[in-house]
Design a binder for this molecule. Sequence first.
Ligand SMILES: Cc1ncc(COP(=O)(O)O)c(C=O)c1O
Length: 442
Amino acid sequence: MDQPLQSTLPVMDHHWLPFTNNRLFRQEPQVFAKAEGVRYWTHDGREVLDGSSGLFCCAAGHGRPEIADAVHRQLMTLDYTPHFQRAAPISFEFATALAGLLPAGLDRVFFGGSGSEAVDTALKLCLAYHRSRGEGQRSRFVSRQWAYHGVNLGGTSLAGMVANRRDFSGVTCAVSHMRHTWSEEQRYSRGQPETGLDKAEDLEEICRTYGGDTIAAVFVEPVAGSIGTIVPPKGYLERLRAICDAHGILLVFDEVITGFGRLGAPFAGQEFGVTPDVMTMAKALTNGTIPMSAVACKTGIQQTIIEAARGDRPEFFHGYTYSAHPVACAAGLAALSIYRDEGLFERGQAMSDRFLDGVFGLRNLAQVADLRGYGMMAGIQLRPGAVPGEKGSRAQRALFDAGLHVKATGDALIFAPALVVEEADLDRMLEVLQKVLGRADL
Ligand SMILES: Cc1ncc(COP(=O)(O)O)c(C=O)c1O
């Protein structure tokens, strides 16, 4: 960047930042004013490498002119269409392009505006499906400890990260939680752990307790992302699939982070060879440029709901003002073209070994307690300080000061650079991690 964009900070009193300690932020603001490729620049012109693709959104890197041009063209052609009883050609075009990437059989797409909306849409879609086929008693959901499924009330009900649900009791729906799959013997395991398959039996136990025929769906992140990259044990997702099939329960993969090549294949379902009935996606759907999410379901699920509808009423009483926003569709189509034309998923796959070698090379650093990783996604668990989460917060700030943006959750860092990252930039990111996490006084 040639010169600082803006050396003074804006007035910061009015915008209440999400998932932020706003008091601390005002004392030590971390403000990005520009981005390009895998780099951010702060308001005073300091370069900060992007080690988390923003928030796991910008798989193709920042500032892609192809997306900017497509968005501009769409704004000048058709800036908005309501999608209740109306439509724009571009949403059909985008859904068709997406269907070509999705796991076989999942080819019906419902659009929303965020990952949280996708999760709530998926919850309602599962309920509507069972009701349509005369199994309205299926109203319970199953999720997992440490899960993150967004912050709307449905997603908060599914949440397994305690802080995300603690203050919101009384408004959540019936959810049983399986145990998370991490255990001590998995420490420093690269790829899918050998142990932990038995945790899938928690689902059988929940079926025994409540009756398998009362459960509508099981929601899992195929790789649990926000908690710090917990990779499923070998055979675990397959076993969940088998138990769901045995009890007529729908299996939902929340692929808001894992979608679009983060793990290698376009989606985790293909990467692990396990096909869910329903899946959610967002973030890299538009390369993070315009808020948008999608829920894909098997053809038969949509057909069942449509066929059960009476008269000319809508068959699914659900939708958002911004569902399938034409400008977001334009951004999404442009993002998918970049992914295809640049072979980005294959690029991520090819870079993964070097990435994971680098991550697992951090093993002996003073602050590192565990490492986990798959594809282009890794979790760096830090040695906790006196108060849980304090070390993660301190590390995140120290990394920012040293020129690297990485998302922290509690005492875990989630390292997931863009799939376009060059080897030299990846090495620079790893050098910053080495330097900061090697500090005994952090
Ligand atoms: C697995 C998963 N589901 C849902 C969400 C919620 O997405 P959003 O923040 O766009 O609402 C996230 C966000 O990180 C996520 O990781």
